[in-house]
Write a protein that binds this ligand. Structure first.
Ligand code: PGA
Length: 253
């Protein structure tokens, strides 16, 4: 059920300026030095919109792909102050976009809006990193599986280009808290997401499923024992090239 390629995706959130391009250069140098490791990896940095174009042009690296963190639910242009559409992100140079992050759900993103966003992101040729996850309360009530099922079924349509959707399982209580799920729980959840997705959408292959929530260079070894985890969505620790590189190194130790 594993997909051999491993994804290390940075979610910079509201962090970074033009000088942060040095992070890309450092990761690029690491990839050049450890070519063998990095043949197995896909490294994507989802940066603020203000940096997408600059990084795509000036940070050009065959190892580091640039992505965005959200987009509007309408395509192209429109009277939506402060918003950016999937087509605009694509033009700016993004190849991926994170959608459905809990920080955006908290600000009003519903499953239905996320579905529209996924549709337009895919229509514009972007890969989608689709975040799902339960709250602590839902976990305690034993609702994790039903929450995940509902989030996935409500925002994905069979007619979508499913090969371009990566699912990121991010328990909300784990994001930025240092708290991590038990391995036994993760194993069950990853199997559930993969099997359920394959069955419901009748895909030939299992989807790519990532883990996100407090991943760092110290706890990454623990995750590497769970083969169904195809990669990681890394927030805080991706804002430092050293930590991000150490996560990749330690994953293979
Ligand atoms: P974190 O964030 O690694 O800082 O917990 C993960 C995320 O929000 O995607």
């Amino acid at each position: 059920m594993t997909n051999k390629l491993r994804y290390f995706i940075g979610n910079w959130k509201m962090f970074g300026d033009f000088s942060s391009i040095k992070i890309i250069h450092q990761i690029h140098r690491f990839c050049l030095k450890y070519k063998n490791i990095n043949k197995k990896n896909k490294i994507i940095l989802c940066v603020p919109n203000t940096l997408i174009n600059y990084f795509s042009k000036k940070g050009k690296s065959k190892f580091v792909v640039i992505g965005a963190q959200n987009c509007h639910y309408k395509n192209f242009y429109g009277p939506f102050t402060g918003s950016v559409s999937a087509s605009m992100l694509k033009t700016a140079g993004a190849k991926y976009v994170i959608l459905g992050h809990s920080e955006n759900r908290r600000e009003g993103d519903t499953n239905q809006l996320i579905k529209e966003k996924i549709k337009f992101a895919l229509n514009n040729g972007l890969y989608v990193i689709f975040c799902v996850g339960e709250t602590l309360k839902q976990k305690k009530q034993g609702k994790t599986f039903s929450v995940l099922n509902n989030q996935i079924l409500s925002s994905i349509n069979k007619s979508f280009n499913l090969k371009k959707i990566l699912i990121a399982y991010e328990p909300i209580w784990s994001i930025g808290t240092g708290k991590i799920s038990k391995n036994d729980d993760l194993i069950k959840i990853f199997k559930f997401i993969k099997k359920n997705f394959k069955k419901k959408f009748r895909t030939r292959k299992f989807p790519i499923v990532l883990y996100g929530g407090s991943v760092n260079e110290k706890n990454i070894r623990n995750f590497s024992t769970i083969l169904d985890i195809d990669g990681f969505l890394i927030g805080g620790a991706s804002q430092s090239s050293k930590k991000f590189i150490d996560i990749i190194k330690n994953y293979y130790k």
